[in-house]
Design a protein around this ligand. Structure first.
Ligand code: FO1
Length: 318
């Protein structure tokens, strides 16, 4: 079984690639919920939705989020009523949020609600939220402290970031199955997601980082940084705000406690760049997932890198 840690649109693309090269039952996806919000009275879990839609084959390729070919009649009607529409929910997407909201209001956990939605969409891989307790990513900026979606969607990540915190992470426990999957996996993969706001909340939950540091499974990550810039989105600004260099070395530093191999763009293993940092080995791969073929190839590269590690280099020291 392969466990993958993910969040954001890059993560969804990587999981889509994995789903093309692995039997569905062998994939366990552990998903960030720090971006979750209540919108129009509904419980929305954007990263769980992106993974669920990717695995169901209905993720919008055009937008990278929401349902392919969705319409926005409800959004237009909300706007007419004077409601905020800077965060948009599509008409088909609404079915997911209505179902999740109903299940949660009837006392089900987020894991159970996610399982119900995944079953409804005939998904055979396991999709696990990082935790059943609320953890909220808050971004302290020069325009005040914002929720993740206010920063990312409403403000289009323009405000200067000073700090990021994960409210609720100290008391949150991993959701059922999360640490078990990490400990018993054949390999653990970290998607090319934002290390601070997509993977950071997962690592902030006590028990998850420990499971990663002590698992015997090789841990392989894909860099979301090429050269000195993020492939997409605000990962660079957020890494800088958290004291990391915007480079593959900064990614290695963020994951140094548990990472064995970091897949990086070929130019980042050229002679000028170091071939490892923070005890993490760098390996060249085509990490840009522009086509389905590239997504599957990257998934195969990550699995091959994991299989080539015979024994975890640092398992004796943790
Ligand atoms: N991203 C946007 O840029 N604009 C939106 O209006 C928007 C709505 C939305 C609704 C449901 C959903 O599952 C995702 C949505 N996203 C939207 C994407 C979301 O902000 C990001 O994918 C993640 O939070 C980044 O990790």
């Amino acid at each position: 079984m392969i466990a993958v840690l993910t969040g954001g649109t890059g993560g969804a693309k990587f999981v889509l690639g994995l789903s093309h090269v692995l039997p569905a039952e062998e994939l366990v996806v552990i998903v960030n919920t720090g971006d979750d919000l209540v919108w129009w009275g509904l419980r929305v879990s954007p990263d769980l939705d992106s993974i669920t839609y990717a695995l169901a084959g209905i993720l919008s390729r055009e937008r990278g989020w929401g349902v392919d070919g969705d319409t926005f009649h409800c959004r237009d009607a909300m706007a007419r009523l004077g409601e905020s529409v800077w965060f948009q929910l599509g008409d088909r997407d609404l079915a997911t949020h209505l179902t999740r909201t109903r299940l949660l209001s009837h006392g089900h956990s987020l894991s159970e609600a996610t399982g119900e939605i995944a079953r409804g969409l005939s998904i055979r891989s396991a999709v696990l939220p990082m935790s059943d307790s609320p953890v909220e990513t808050r971004v302290l900026t020069d325009r005040g402290e914002l929720s993740f979606q206010e920063y990312f969607v409403r403000e289009r990540f323009r405000p200067a970031v000073e700090r990021v915190r994960f409210v609720g992470a100290e008391s949150a426990r991993p959701a059922p199955g999360v640490t078990e999957a990490i400990r018993s996996a054949e390999a653990v993969l970290v998607a090319p997601s934002n290390p601070i706001t997509s993977i950071g909340p997962i690592l902030a939950i006590s028990g998850i980082a420990d499971a990663l540091a002590s698992t015997n499974a090789p841990v392989v990550a894909v860099s979301p940084i090429v050269g000195s810039a993020a492939v997409s989105g605000p990962a660079g600004d957020l890494m800088q705000a958290q004291g990391l260099s915007v480079s593959t070395s900064g990614v290695a530093q963020a994951y140094r406690e548990f990472l064995d191999v970091l897949l990086v763009a070929p130019k980042d293993t050229a002679s000028a760049a170091p071939s490892n940092a923070w005890g993490v080995q760098f390996r060249a791969a085509n990490i840009l997932m522009r086509t389905d073929h590239e997504k599957s190839s990257l998934a195969r590269e990550a699995l091959a890198a994991a299989r080539s590690i015979k024994r975890r280099a640092r398992s004796a020291t943790v």
